[in-house]
Design a binder for this molecule. Sequence first.
Ligand SMILES: *[C@@H]1O[C@H](CO)[C@@H](O)[C@H](O)[C@H]1NC(C)=O
Length: 180
Amino acid sequence: MRLLLLLLPLLLPLLPLLFLLPFSDGGGLIEQTCKLTPFPDLCLSALHSSPGSSSTDLHGLAGIMANSVLQNANQTLDQIQQLLDRSPADPETEHSLAYCAELYIPVVKYNLPQAIDALSKGRLGFAAYAINDAVNEAQECEKKLSGGSESLSQVSDRNKIVTNMAAVALAIIKVLQKGF
Ligand SMILES: *[C@@H]1O[C@H](CO)[C@@H](O)[C@H](O)[C@H]1NC(C)=O
């Protein structure tokens, strides 16, 4: 008891720190990180909806974001292929869709999985390079879609999400490389 009384003056200044603890978890890291990306809301919703994001570090967040890019690119490819399978579109629409499918297949099969693998090994430069490649392909597809039919504008919307998510992933990798 006596000891505690002696220590009390030392411990009192630390008391406010106890209240800060709940705010210094992964949630804080997510907010802090997303603020530094070009699309903070997209970043927050992608990270908050991924299990494990609140208990990971910045490397983990970059990996989760790269995975979100892959999931979205995969969904985009899926949508393109469904539109292609659907009964007859005009030849020009069909041509644009086939062109986009060819761009997205390597993105989903190689570029993004390679980026995720590189991130897990700390090879940040290569990861950024591979994600940049994916952005280029999505933008190439986008050029082909502009001013097209309604089915093309659905693909265009997804294209933009993929591109914006990739920009978020690249921004997080940059923070990893250069610090906050
Ligand atoms: C892409 O989606 C399909 C289902 O639509 C799934 O079978 C496949 O595993 C997914 N690929 C990746 C890389 O997530």
